[in-house]
Design a protein around this ligand. Structure first.
Ligand code: NAD
Ligand code: LMR
Length: 340
């Protein structure tokens, strides 16, 4: 099931644990566990051996999801929490995954979700900062390019922001890139990993196909179509669901892949590398202080942020188009918190 875990390692690396002792298992909270992503994500995290306790919170439906998922015969324990029990849900959480918020309908951009989701994410971040200030926070709620800066500013206001512990989950772009490239080349997606950098919406999604052993052979119109499909893959699902939401199942899978990578790194596995949207120095001089690139994860969260490497002329043009849009999205998120 987890072939994409390998795909997330942009360069094949030898995984190795520091110690031979049993891994420390981690308490994980899901905020928005009753939703389209939250439900399958909760199930997948129930079968993740590195999770010890699963804390499921939503403003509606989480106790039911928890009761259901808790019957799965794995070692972890599961508790569901009602709308008024957010603080209890967060107590002792070491990893908090947030898919709370509304999804798109056809014709909407992710930025159109800002007015609803910004305050949802800010309020949840405030609670995490108060109750579980050292938790690693994984943001799924859109628009990711703005919600991640919202969380950063909210935690900074509370005096508990540590950039090593905040991640925008862009793994679905990586998963899509591998899958869509495999449809062009005929290879197994597990052997066609693609690093995707930038942000998580339209032109800010920049797949670096020239750095992929199979991707570099794709040229011309086939390349443009492939890049466009990776950048706008979310629209395919929104259109097919026809008003009933956006990607949920592939997103739950992608979030589980990223959570697993982080849990392995927390447990001391070395060379766990994947793209994620973090506070980043790479384009700070151009006013873009959050950016997704390959990041090595470690016990404290972000360990090393890797530069984006050599680009083709086409990719440089994509980066040039990405940066102004990303800057605008980031500033919008920061202003939302700081204007309040
Ligand atoms: P959904 O409507 O099915 O579920 C959202 C859930 O959030 C609901 O159960 C709702 O009750 C809950 N919720 C709302 N306010 C809350 C609050 N204050 N506290 C806790 N829970 C709250 O939506 P979905 O399809 O699961 O999508 C969720 C979000 O994820 C959307 O913003 C969507 O755009 C985003 N998304 C991101 C990616 C990505 O790649 N990062 C991919 C797919 C979807
Ligand atoms: C996706 O990429 O599928 C998500 O960001 C959801 C969306 O709105 O497209």
């Amino acid at each position: 099931m987890f072939a994409a875990r390998q795909a997330l390692r942009s360069v094949p690396r030898q995984a190795r644990l520091f110690s031979s002792s049993a891994p420390a298992r981690t308490k994980v909270a899901v905020l928005g566990a009753g939703g389209g992503i939250g439900q399958p994500l909760s199930l997948l995290l129930k079968v993740e051996p590195l999770v010890s306790q699963l804390s499921l919170y939503d403003i509606r439906g989480a106790p039911g999801v928890a009761a259901d998922v808790s019957h799965v015969d794995t070692n972890s324990t599961v508790r569901g929490f009602t709308a008024d029990a957010l603080d209890q849900a967060l107590e002792g959480a070491e990893v908090v995954v947030i898919p709370a918020g509304v999804p798109r309908k056809p014709g909407m951009t992710r930025d159109d979700l800002f007015n609803t989701n910004a305050s949802i994410v800010r309020d949840l971040a405030t609670a995490v900062g108060r109750v579980a200030p050292t938790a690693k926070i994984l943001i799924i709620s859109n628009p990711v390019n703005s919600t991640v800066p919202i969380v950063a500013e909210t935690l900074a206001k509370a005096g508990v922001f540590d950039p090593r512990r905040l991640f925008g989950v862009t793994t679905l772009d990586v998963v899509r890139a591998a899958r869509f490239l495999s449809e062009v080349t005929g290879q197994d997606p597990a052997s066609t990993p693609v690093t995707v950098v930038g942000g998580h919406s339209g032109v800010t999604i920049v797949p670096l196909l020239s750095q992929s052993s199979f991707g570099k052979g794709v040229q011309g119109e086939t390349l443009s179509k492939l890049v466009h499909r990776i950048q706008y893959g979310g629209d395919e699902v929104v259109a097919a669901k026809d008003g009933a939401g956006s990607a949920t199942l592939s997103m739950a899978y992608a979030a589980t892949v990223f959570t697993n990578a982080l849990l392995r790194a927390i447990n001391g596995e070395e060379n766990v590398v994947c793209p994620t949207f973090v506070r980043s120095p790479l384009f700070e001089s151009q006013g873009v202080d959050f950016f997704s690139s390959n990041v090595e994860l470690g016990p404290e969260g972000v360990k090393t942020i890797f530069p984006i490497g050599d680009l083709s002329a086409e990719e440089q043009a994509l980066i040039d188009a990405c940066l102004p849009e990303l800057k605008k999205n980031i500033e919008k998120g920061k202003s939302f918190v700081n204007a309040a």
